[in-house]
Write a protein that binds this ligand. Structure first.
Ligand code: ADP
Length: 579
């Protein structure tokens, strides 16, 4: 069958009942596979696709920039364990969305980016089409898999394949290219319906081998100073009860990675989060659960880690094993199945964390908690990060269902430590790349998917990457309170240009009024200069249940360059060249 050109194919709503087309088949295939929400930005050639999806009962959330729509789809995938779907236009819109698709893949979030694309034959001969680009080729290296549907009768297959690839095994981002001509192609409706299929068991359980389970039990049973590291894979797996049961029955202390905070409540007696350095340095057997030994864990190397530590790793991805350190006991499988197998095969009392080790960590935790309490007590003026964050923490404590979205440098590092979490999957942050720009996309999706309140704690610089989505938040009247740590700069607000008046590279407008931005869209803006004002504003904003923004005026000299990871800046010989 020859695909008609875009000019020949009128948008679809008026096709006769016995016919269907690409637009309808895409929507039918998504509905058949329980896709309830699409995050996107419309334009040629997918505007009618969004309209039709909405008319057919799929919720469509329209954004102002594709990266933000993509981040929303990605975190929706993480929260629901179903692929989040993002819809983009050709070439530039596609590329904007690709940032989020790559970030989703890096973070192991299930997501599908569906993008319209221009005329294949014109693109392939590089004849200069409207938004010409070989999008399939461009996407390949940035996602788990990329597919193109070239015939209308393959739409059902393409969508089924994309959804299954995103969600099965290690989750990730999948690109699905649908050229305009395919969307506009018409075919017999009955034949079209037969091309669609509903996925059976899209994310099959992956059971660990019994001998692998026994090996892990043996390693853990010999440990004198065992430690569990919970990563966001553990949170994603939604095996909360099984994980908790294992930790509590063995008594093994655990350290949560940032997005695993709340999987067990942060005030759990076995949490070693506040004795993290000591735990890593001394643990002799470390069980990684849905956590990779990447830069965030110093690759498992000394001096942060005990050089003689043995690792047990629970992960769905077999090639993750040995990526950084030799893994003494690989446990390849889905986390729920692995923990069920561990519970079945461990003899009562066989794995038990020695009391001396637990007491050592508890003592260090108590010291560190006391130090932190001292730091939080100081109510300095102008307001410091700690003052504002303590106020946020105390308000959010009262409402544990609140989602925390968090990005920035100092705003990220400090909020992660100050705001403790009590519910699984309620902390959403910059993740594996340490990326800026996820803020409003994550906040919108958390509110849309759950209906619960969201507090987005944003560095003023980080907020800038997605700030225009305040309009989206207001348009959909979402319960999102954006709290900006406004110290007037990237890292800090007091950098100066030694040669003149032009702003220094890290400078932002010190007098910026982000609270005025949300007022432009009908949301409620607050400006807070003291922790008491932060408390009052956040309490009122959360009670209102509507969109709000609190601009927290923070001391411009507060904050450190690159936050906790300043050491990643290459040193060189310094900024002034030595003679
Ligand atoms: P963190 O940054 O919190 O340490 P990572 O993103 O580095 O977490 O690691 C998440 C890991 O979890 C990935 O290696 C991924 O393969 C794994 N994972 C994701 N889902 C599951 C699952 N259901 N079962 C087992 N492992 C999983």
């Amino acid at each position: 069958m020859t695909a008609p050109s875009a000019q020949e194919t009128a948008p679809t709503p008026d096709v006769p009942a016995e016919q269907t087309d690409g637009y309808h088949l895409v929507v039918d295939a998504l509905k058949l596979n329980d896709v309830e929400t699409i995050y996107g930005v419309v334009g040629i050639p997918i505007t009618d696709l969004a309209r039709l999806a909405q008319a057919e009962g799929i919720r469509y959330i329209g954004f102002r920039h594709e990266s933000n729509a993509g981040h929303a789809a990605a975190i929706a995938g993480y929260l629901t364990k179903k692929p989040g779907v993002c819809l983009t236009v050709s070439a530039p819109g596609f590329l904007n969305g690709l940032v989020a698709l790559a970030n989703a893949t890096t973070n192991c979030f299930p997501m599908v980016q569906i993008s319209g694309s221009s005329e294949r034959h014109v693109v392939d001969l590089k004849q200069g089409d409207y938004e010409e680009m070989d999008q399939l080729a461009a996407a390949q290296q940035f996602c788990k898999a990329a597919y193109r549907v070239s015939r209308v009768e393959d739409i059902g297959r393409g969508i089924a394949r994309a959804l299954r690839t995103a969600i099965s095994g290690r989750p990730g981002g999948v690109y699905l290219d649908i050229p305009a001509a395919v969307l506009g192609s018409i075919m017999d409706a009955e034949a079209g319906a037969k091309t669609l299929s509903r996925l059976v068991d899209p994310a099959p359980r992956q059971l660990p081998a019994p001998e692998a389970v026994d090996r892990a039990i043996e390693v853990l049973a010999t440990a004198e100073r065992p430690l569990v590291v919970l990563g966001k894979g553990a949170a994603y797996a939604q095996a909360d009860d099984q994980i908790r049961e294992f930790i509590e029955s063995t008594g093994i202390p655990y350290v949560p990675m940032s997005m695993a905070k709340g999987l067990l409540p942060d005030d759990h007696p076995q949490s070693a989060a506040t004795a993290r350095s000591l735990a890593l340095k001394k643990a002799d057997v470390v069980m990684l659960v849905g956590a990779r030994l990447n830069w965030l864990l110093n690759h498992g190397q000394a001096p942060q880690w005990n050089p003689d530590a043995k690792f047990v790793q629970v992960d769905i991805e077999p090639t993750e094993m040995d990526s950084n350190q030799p893994i003494a006991a690989p446990l390849v499988g889905d986390i729920e199945s692995v923990f069920e197998a561990l519970a079945e095969r461990t003899k009562p009392g066989q794995i038990a964390a020695p009391t001396a080790w637990r007491e050592e960590l508890a003592a260090r935790s108590a010291q560190n908690v006391a130090k932190m309490a001292e730091r939080l007590k100081a109510d300095k003026h102008p307001m410091q990060f700690m003052g504002a964050l303590k106020a946020i923490r105390d308000v959010v404590h009262e409402r544990p269902e609140t989602y925390i979205v968090n990005e920035g440098a100092n705003a990220l590092d400090l909020a992660r430590n100050v705001i403790d979490m009590h519910v699984p999957r309620h902390r959403l942050d910059s993740g594996t790349w340490g990326v800026m720009g996820i803020g409003m996309g994550y906040a919108i999706a958390a509110a849309v998917e759950t209906g619960d309140p969201v507090v987005a704690v944003e560095g003023d610089s980080a907020f800038g990457f997605s700030g225009m989505e305040l309009e989206t938040i207001c348009r959909y009247n979402l319960p999102v309170v954006t709290v900006i740590m406004n110290n007037g700069g990237v890292y800090r607000g007091d950098d100066v240009n030694p040669l003149g008046d032009a702003p220094a590279p890290t400078a932002l407008m010190i007098e910026a009024r982000h609270d005025k931005m949300i007022e432009a869209f009908g949301g409620k803006g607050y400006r807070a200069t003291t922790p008491a004002e932060v408390t009052a504003a956040l309490t009122e904003a959360l009670a209102s249940g509507g969109p709000a923004l609190i601009d927290c005026v923070i001391d411009p000299s507060a904050g450190t360059e690159s936050g906790n990871i300043g050491h990643l800046n290459p040193k060189g010989i310094g900024l002034t060249k030595k003679k």
